[in-house]
Design a protein around this ligand. Structure first.
Ligand SMILES: Nc1ncnc2c1ncn2[C@@H]1O[C@H](COP(=O)(O)OP(=O)(O)OP(=O)(O)O)[C@@H](O)[C@H]1O
Ligand SMILES: [Mg+2]
Length: 416
């Protein structure tokens, strides 16, 4: 069954199990939010709802998300509008939390040249329609940043995206174990789950609690195994229908980058969703990525997608730190026999061909999957295993690619 509603002219796909009563509740909350926003004044002298600056409003089980997009030069003036809008919506009965992003349109020449939407596309089947390309920069960024690129996150020295062209190749598994490997090298590491449609960090790190807020507006990341972690999965229930669309992906990511108290980090590892869609472009546009790690399985099909991912990062001037071959050789835990289930060496060969560093091979191992699924990634739960060593070696190559110095090994406090 294909269950769709039409708010205005936009089609939004809703999971069939959402049911009519859910849709009615959602529609009515959305109307109430619009009514509340109609009393918010703006510098234009018109109510906020009449300015054409509001994105689609997502009202979801008491959680309300939307963005206000203004010209870069007007950001300061509009910050108080964002605050008033937040106060108005938060005061509404039935509203539990509000996320409003104030985003700034870039002036001409501000954005890097981007691939056309036709070359990318979001996660197949999960978003309703081809989302608009993100054209917004974070409101905190200085106006006219243009040639200098997007503003960094205060306190965060380097941001690394873990990406692939294809889904299910093990990005999240690699991202979390890479982050732990970098931690073992003595670096202060954070991990941002940029997969708005299918966040993995709650499961991979067995995180069930909600982040605390600071002063009602900023969020504290959750700390696990010494990593600062943020995921949209901490804020919304796993069962929540995914009705996020292009602009919402942009504003959710912006908020997770800029409205979270990341503290001082040597490296922020970003677990990207698959493909070359909105989230990738948002990340490339909104923060200065120090580099991208491309994950691929050894077989040809995945490599074609990896090539596409590499091409995209190159096009937006993000250096490719290297390629990881995941689900490489399978070594039978019982008899020790090697089998190259998805082939072997394809990613190394491809890295050579493309002139990017090869970062290492992660074997296909049942224990890697089991430990990931139980929320205890191998580098944390089996630090002396050969698999953990593989990830630490990859982490060392990534660190070298980033030119960040290791510190003396820290005392790791494992959180309960
Ligand atoms: N080296 C490995 N050995 C065994 N299983 C693995 C390995 N790497 C990943 N997996 C398993 O493969 C599945 C997909 O991995 P993961 O979620 O990390 O992929 P992904 O690329 O992030 O997926 P998505 O594109 O949906 O975000 C998971 O069940 C994971 O435990
Ligand atoms: Mg993933």
């Amino acid at each position: 069954m294909d269950c769709r509603v039409k708010p205005g002219n936009d089609e939004v796909a809703i999971e069939p199990r959402a049911g009519l009563s859910y849709l009615l509740r959602m529609a009515s909350l959305k109307d109430d939010v619009l009514a509340a926003l109609s009393s918010v004044p703006t510098p234009e002298g018109r109510p906020l709802t009449a300015t054409g600056k509001l994105s689609e409003i997502v009202a979801n089980d008491g959680k309300v998300f939307f963005s206000i997009t203004v010209e870069a030069a007007q950001v300061k003036q509009w910050e108080s509008v964002r605050e008033r809008a937040e106060t108005a919506v938060r005061a509404m009965p039935g509203v539990q939390s509000v996320m409003i992003a104030l985003t700034a349109e870039r002036g001409a020449g501000g954005a890097p040249s981007l691939p056309s939407p036709a070359s990318g596309g979001g996660r197949g089947g999960r978003s309703a329609s081809a989302p608009p390309r993100p054209t917004a920069a974070p409101a905190g960024a200085p106006a006219g940043q243009g040639a200098r690129g997007p503003a960094g996150i205060p306190g965060v020295a380097g941001i690394v995206a873990v990406a692939s062209g294809k889904g299910g190749v093990g990005k999240s598994t690699v991202a979390v174990n890479l982050a732990l490997g970098l931690r073992d090298l003595g670096l202060k590491v954070g991990i941002l789950d940029a997969d708005i449609y299918g966040p993995s960090m709650p499961r991979l790190l067995a995180i069930r609690e909600k982040p605390q807020t600071i002063g009602g507006t900023r969020l504290k990341p959750i700390v696990r195994h010494g990593l600062a972690v943020m995921s949209i999965g901490f804020l919304i229930e796993e069962e929540t229908p995914m009705i996020w669309r292009g602009p919402m992906v942009t504003s959710a990511l912006t908020q997770m980058l800029r409205e979270v108290e990341w503290g001082t980090l040597d490296v922020m590892v970003v677990d990207m969703p698959p493909g070359t869609g909105d989230a990738q472009l948002t990340m490339a546009q909104q923060v200065p990525l120090k580099g991208a790690v491309i994950v691929s399985t050894p077989q040809d099909l995945a490599l074609i997608d990896a090539r596409r991912g590499i091409a995209m990062f190159r096009r937006v001037n993000v250096p490719v730190i290297g390629i990881v071959e995941n689900m490489s050789t399978f070594i039978c835990p019982h008899c020790g026999t090697r089998s190259d289930i998805f082939g072997h060496g394809g990613a190394r060969h491809e890295a050579e061909r493309l002139g990017v560093p090869f970062l290492g091979e992660v074997p296909l191992a049942i224990v890697i999957r089991e430990k990931s699924d139980s929320g205890a990634p191998v580098v944390a739960s089996e630090p002396d295993s050969a698999h953990a060593k593989v990830f630490r070696d990859i982490a060392a190559r990534v660190r070298d690619g980033l030119n960040v110095a290791s510190r003396p090994a820290p005392k790791i406090v494992i959180e309960a």
